[in-house]
Design a protein around this ligand. Structure first.
Ligand code: BYC
Length: 337
């Protein structure tokens, strides 16, 4: 399970994290609780229960891994973008996702977990990342659909995280959400252009929508009744809106967009329910979702192998950066002496 990757002792040299002595635990807990009750923020220097810290590390690192693994399906298309304009946009978007990964790893590091520990969790297959990135991007329309639907779902999930009770995560999310909105709009615009093109282009957009729709609905996580962490996450102000409620909001927001675009969402049960004031929708294939989350989706092995190779190939860059930093430090020490 994803959480197991953090059942390891902190590596030496990590930032120390304040913990209250046991006699003061109840006082510290009371301060923590009243801060949350007042909708205040918990900051890295504050005392926090171990379980709160672990939950945050689990979620934030999963989120960071998703951002950097998420660079792969779109990165595949940079060399095949149909124009210089689309190539420049795609390069910028993929680079943004790398930046999101960096803010998120940094936010998780404030909880006393090292970047190496987190990457080890990812590279060894113990850590999870978003299920959606284990599906292939087969044609150029997939790149537009990733922007429109995948980033659209991500924004729906991430806007409430801007109000997360942990300060560094909430603040990272504000910038991430601004960039994700641009990503979503560029995807929609690219698809609009294709939908005004040839019959073959329109068919590509419909095919990409058919393949990604259900997988995007699963991005919000299991149904509330099966969501192991939701209740506690809500009590701690980490999660603000439940998996099912976010999924419903995403569907309600996307149906009119699909209409403007002129594509059909591949769900015969999708219809407006006047009484609920929401769309009803068909059954999600949760067996397929869990198989993918547990490492058996179409691209899990390929994605992980690509990440591990990139990390290994990048060792010389890390070595060079460290050597340079050491040299600069020595120089500064000499000047100060
Ligand atoms: N995929 O109790 P639950 C992006 C796991 S990147 C895989 O509901 P929770 C983008 C869950 O971890 C977007 N695993 O959990 C990047 C847990 O497993 P463990 C990524 C999933 O945490 C590049 C178990 O299922 N966004 O937008 O309360 C290009 C039970 O679930 C998934 C984030 O990471 C899934 N879809 O709620 C383009 C947002 N869903 O740990 C775009 C931050 C659930 O017990 N994360 N699991 O082994 C969250 O908001 C929450 O963690 C989730 C899950 C809503 C995802």
């Amino acid at each position: 399970m994803y959480t197991q990757s953090f059942n390891v002792p902190d590596a030496p040299g990590l930032k120390s994290v304040p913990t209250a002595p046991s006699t003061e635990n109840s006082e510290a807990q009371a301060r923590f609780d009243s801060r949350l009750d007042a909708d205040g923020k918990i900051e890295p220097q504050d005392w926090m229960p171990d379980a709160y810290r672990k939950t945050l590390v689990r979620q934030i690192s999963q989120h960071a891994h998703s951002e950097i693994v998420g660079m792969l399906p779109e990165g595949n298309w940079i060399s095949r973008a149909p124009s210089l304009k689309r190539k420049a946009i795609l390069i910028a978007k993929v680079q943004d996702e790398g930046g999101h990964g960096l803010y998120l790893y940094s936010a998780a590091e404030t909880l006393g977990t090292s970047r190496d520990q987190m990457l080890d969790g990812l590279h060894s297959g113990r850590a999870k990342y978003s299920s959606i990135f284990n599906y292939p991007t087969l044609n150029w329309a997939d790149v537009g659909v990733v922007g429109w639907l995948v980033d659209g779902a991500a924004i729906m999930n991430q806007i409430p995280l801007c109000r997360c009770s942990y300060g560094p995560y909430a603040r990272a999310m504000i910038r991430v959400c601004k960039e994700e909105s641009f990503h979503q709009r560029q995807g929609f615009e690219a698809l609009m252009v294709m939908m005004q093109g040839t019959e073959a282009q329109k068919a590509m957009v419909q095919d990409a929508t058919n393949r990604f729709w259900w997988k995007c609905l699963a991005m919000f996580g299991p149904p509330d009744a099966d969501s192991a962490h939701s209740d506690q996450g809500m009590r701690w102000g980490i999660k603000r809106i439940s998996n099912d409620d976010l999924r419903q909001k995403f569907i309600d927001a996307t149906v009119p967009q699909a209409k403007v675009l002129g594509v059909t969402l591949p769900d015969p049960d999708l219809k407006w329910n006047e009484e609920r004031q929401h769309h009803d929708y068909g059954a999600i294939d949760w067996a397929e979702f869990w198989a993918t989350v547990n490492g058996n989706g179409p691209c899990n092995k390929e994605r992980l192998a690509t990440r591990v190779k990139a990390h290994t190939d990048g060792q010389w860059v890390r070595d060079a950066a460290l050597a340079y930093a050491r040299k600069q430090q020595l120089k500064a020490n000499k000047e100060a002496a």
